[in-house]
Design a protein around this ligand. Sequence first.
Ligand code: PLP
Length: 469
Amino acid sequence: MKGPQLSLPPQAMRAFGYRVVDLIVEHLEQLANKQPSHCPLRRDLEALLREPPPERGEDPQHVLEQAVERVLANIMHVDHPRFFAFVPGPSNFVGAMADALAAGFNVFAGSWFSGAGAAQLELVVLDWIRQLLGLPESAGGLLVSGGSLANLTGLATARRAVLEDKLESAVVYFSDQTHSAVLKALRLLGFAPEQMRCLPCDAGFRLPLEQLCAAIRTDRAAGWRPFCIVANAGTTNTGAVDPLEELAALARREGLWLHVDGAYGAPAVLTEQGRALLAGIERADSLALDPHKWLFQPFEAGCVLVREAKLLKQTFRILPEYLQDVHRMQGAVNFCDYGIQLTRGFRALKLWMSLKVFGLAAFREAVARGLRLAELAEQRLRASGCWEVVSPAQLAIVCFRYRDSARTESELDRLHLDLVERVLEDGYAVLTSTRLRGQVVLRMCTINPRTSEAEIEETVARLERLARR
Ligand SMILES: Cc1ncc(COP(=O)(O)O)c(C=O)c1O
């Protein structure tokens, strides 16, 4: 007697799958006409979704409609052309379909044995990224969930390669603009707060070289072991790029590891402007880059590259007896040896398929467009006369603050927090605030290539009206 198959008849599978594709295409077709912002209350979603585990199955089409109406209708659209908050996720249709394909075949990308084609394709895609960044052929890495895991993987490799995992008195240097993912990674890796030197950034929001040199000197004199510099290739706050060439030279002189967090900014190397800004990135010992940000992939896709790929293997490779058959083939690459995950999905497929379908030139133009849109936003903000541009357009991010001599600084701070609310209520666009030099500012990140110039102009015009209200 047959037990439950957890399957559907072929016709029902097709109907279900076709409906899913239709829903995705409708979403993308309609997106610009929808409101980007929607953030319901917890109690409303509890009422909508809380239920006991369903003992009996339901009609698949009915469940699908429930997912659309109750779940997908209750999210922010981070792929919306007017979503300028945090780091948007513009994504792309081909990448999304590639994810469906990878899930449908349930590809196991942890070992050559179980997914040789997937492993080979990941090698190819990683080598493309390596070439774009200008890293040497000795470099290698793997695709991970995102920037958080990419930073953790790179820093874990640094810890093992430089310190042989002996952390005592080792010190890491970074600026106060560094993403919390790096702090989280260092904490998880066992570094205590007193082993982290968080230096105040310079006037351009970069890691200040002189202060860094002085801190290293002082630390050595006091018996600490300087071991690693974390540099930003595009900070989340302002898009600032730390002086990578100088930091690489300093790291080499001092025998330190240089880890570069380019989770959001590194893909700008595709463009001439970005390449100039990111000069020196190719000298990193390890590097994080997120294809799910500015390489337009659906979540999740992060990438870590290490200058000497063999160091990843020395950090992560463990050979248990139940995997002995996995490690028998000459030349086989087992990505489980290069990172934290054993079982891992096939993230390379979406990058490979979308790069092949659209071509690198289209990606380059899409990144360049993001750079230009932030410059346009800056120009409009300056032209309006009521905004101070606190950080000019850099790697598609611009930060600004309302001018009003009648208000105190703390009243202005309050106004900017209120403005985020007003923008959400208005519903046209989404943008968020941050704090620069102690002041609350508004911030726009314009990496979505489907944003129009008119949408940038209308957003700035509405901001002015909302601020004057
Ligand atoms: C510079 C930087 N580093 C790290 C991260 C964390 O990446 P993820 O959210 O993909 O884990 C981000 C996310 O915005 C980022 O901008």
